[in-house]
Design a protein. Structure first.
Length: 315
């Protein structure tokens, strides 16, 4: 599939959120920027940490006053929405082509948001995902079939592009979720009313932030979230869509998360919120991995989202 022809009215970016810290009492060091430039480096001073980087794209012709805010999952940055590992258009291009303004977030510690190099600001050590872990965790295939790169039958993820896929993995801390929630709130306040589309670990961040800003997030789409609303009643008067893919019995974690997803939908409905679950196999759409935005039917799913969002326009 060739990239769609797009007419863009505006492209921009900004940093938002986070906090400032003052570093004191550290030793000055002699460092070399290059082989020809030495410098006396003083690590003391004022720093800004835990900000988000947001890049936005506004097409000339809009189908909706609500922009879409794309929030990545764990170990990824906003690049996960741009182009698929095998070079097809990602959801950024597809959603723009469908007429939406799109804001792509690199949240705390990810991508162009940068991460904090000052020791002791974040506790613990970063982790990073191996190719083997991604293969089974994202349900591309059985763990024992990783060596042969043999995916599940009918798998829609471009398994032949796995090497390109894992280049996009970014180290992440396990102790920065509260900061990520606070910073994503700042993103929402900067963007204004929007539809949030979030993935995996980003679900916890998005649900927690959106719960505190009911007027800013009238609708929220969570792609196989690994975190759920703490207070379902906070979403009364709003629309929530959860989407799950195929092979959910492949590992115990996905069996558990599928149950949690169904419990989440039931709790939201009981609280009086508008909640919908799309189990793609139940809709006759088979073969999707954890990475909907990269699977070979990503355009089809984006088109389905278009209809769901347009049915929930404000006013």
């Amino acid at each position: 599939m060739d990239a769609p022809s797009l007419r863009i009215a505006q492209v921009g970016s900004f940093h938002v959120g986070g906090r400032q810290i003052q570093v004191e009492g550290r030793d000055t060091q002699s460092i070399a920027f290059t082989r020809s430039a030495s410098f006396s480096y003083d690590p003391n001073g004022l720093y800004h940490v835990e900000q988000a980087y947001v890049q936005y794209f506004i097409p000339e012709r809009l189908v909706s006053p609500l922009p879409i805010v794309l929030l990545h999952g764990g170990g990824f940055s906003g690049t996960m929405w741009e182009t698929t590992p095998d070079g097809r258009p990602g959801w950024l291009q597809i959603l723009l082509g469908l007429g939406f303004s799109v804001y792509v977030v690199d949240n705390v510690e990810r991508g162009r948001a940068g991460w904090c190099a000052v020791p002791e600001v974040w506790s613990g050590d970063p982790i990073v995902r191996s190719a083997q872990e991604a293969w089974s965790l994202f349900r591309f295939g059985r763990a024992e079939d990783f060596g042969d790169r043999r995916p599940f039958p009918g798998q829609r993820f471009p398994a032949g592009a796995l090497d390109a896929f894992i280049m996009g993995h970014i180290p992440r801390w396990l102790t920065t979720t509260d900061a990520a929630v606070s910073t994503f709130e700042a993103v929402l306040q900067r963007v204004g009313p929007c539809c949030v589309v979030t993935h995996s670990q980003g679900g916890e961040v998005a649900f927690r932030a959106a719960a505190r800003h009911p007027t800013l997030v009238p609708c929220l789409v969570a792609l196989e979230p690994s975190g759920f609303p703490d207070e379902p009643a906070a979403f009364v008067g709003r629309s929530v869509l959860l989407i799950t893919g195929d092979y959910m019995d492949a590992t115990p974690i996905w069996t558990s998360l599928r149950e949690r997803t169904e419990e989440c939908i039931a709790a939201l409905k009981e609280a009086g919120a508008s909640a919908t679950l799309w189990s793609l196999p139940r809709l006759g759409i088979n073969g999707n991995s954890h990475m909907f935005m990269m699977d070979d039917n990503n355009a089809e799913i984006a088109e389905m989202l278009r209809g769901w969002i347009l049915e929930r326009q404000p006013g």
